[in-house]
Design a protein around this ligand. Structure first.
Ligand SMILES: Nc1ncnc2c1ncn2[C@@H]1O[C@H](COP(=O)(O)OP(=O)(O)O)[C@@H](O)[C@H]1O
Ligand SMILES: [Mg+2]
Length: 208
């Protein structure tokens, strides 16, 4: 209601009041949009543990495909390239795996330097697990922040520079841990970032 009516005010009265009014309405619309994003992200975060679906064999390639489809607007806008190697089947909640890829690839698209973002997703079997890497060649992260960024609301930039709620990586960590995996990051400022996470491999001969 608040969002629709402030947007309606903006549309219907822009230029008809005074400059202050236009500015105030602009701040109200901007604030309410961010509030919506924040509530949405908080709900997603809180539901990882309570509304998760079953953990079963699923195709990581399909999850990545869905994630990039959801990011299509950002990919086109930034002229990004997103490439991936062969992605195996894992034991996961496919909706959450999609969310995980979407948050990591979304960050790679957002925190880029002057050049259009480039993202590469790889998977490597490691015994009973698969280790995924989502790599970019963007602005990078200093090692002293490697732990902090996974904490909810922790961001390294102002919202004017890069918009966001600081919840994305906390969601990623919660999803990975729900699957019994681990998540981490390797990076250097200016050299890009590689987020990695592990998930249990799907059994190659599923028992019936
Ligand atoms: N690919 C990346 N490259 C550089 N910095 C990143 C990347 N991904 C995450 N970060 C840093 O970690 C912070 C937390 O990420 P996240 O939880 O997704 O929040 P948000 O995307 O809303 O800022 C970001 O604000 C940013 O400072
Ligand atoms: Mg994010």
């Amino acid at each position: 209601m608040v969002a629709s009516y402030t947007q309606l005010l903006g549309r219907r009265y822009k230029g008809k009041l005074d400059a202050d009014a236009d500015e105030f309405i602009h701040y109200a619309v901007d604030g309410v949009n961010r509030m919506q994003r924040l509530i949405q992200d908080l709900l997603t975060y809180s539901r990882v543990g309570t509304q998760g679906r079953g953990i079963r064999p699923c195709d990581a390639g399909r999850a990545l495909e869905r994630a990039t489809a959801n990011l299509q607007a950002a990919i086109q806008e930034t002229q990004a390239s997103v490439e991936h190697g062969p992605l195996p089947a894992v034991l996961a909640d496919e909706t959450q795996l999609t969310q995980l890829f979407q948050n990591l690839v979304g960050n790679a698209l957002k925190f880029h330097g002057a050049a259009p973002p480039r993202v590469r997703v790889r998977a490597e079997p490691r015994g009973e697990e698969v280790r995924f890497t989502v790599r970019d060649w963007g602005i990078g992260i200093a090692p002293e922040y490697f732990e902090r960024i996974f904490v909810i609301f922790q961001r390294l930039h102002g919202k004017a520079e890069y918009p966001g709620t600081g919840i994305g990586l906390a969601i990623c960590k919660k999803i990975v841990e729900r699957h019994g995996g681990r998540i981490g990051v390797e990076s250097q400022p200016g050299e890009g970032t590689a987020f990695w996470f592990t998930l249990p491999a799907a059994p190659s001969h599923p028992e019936s």
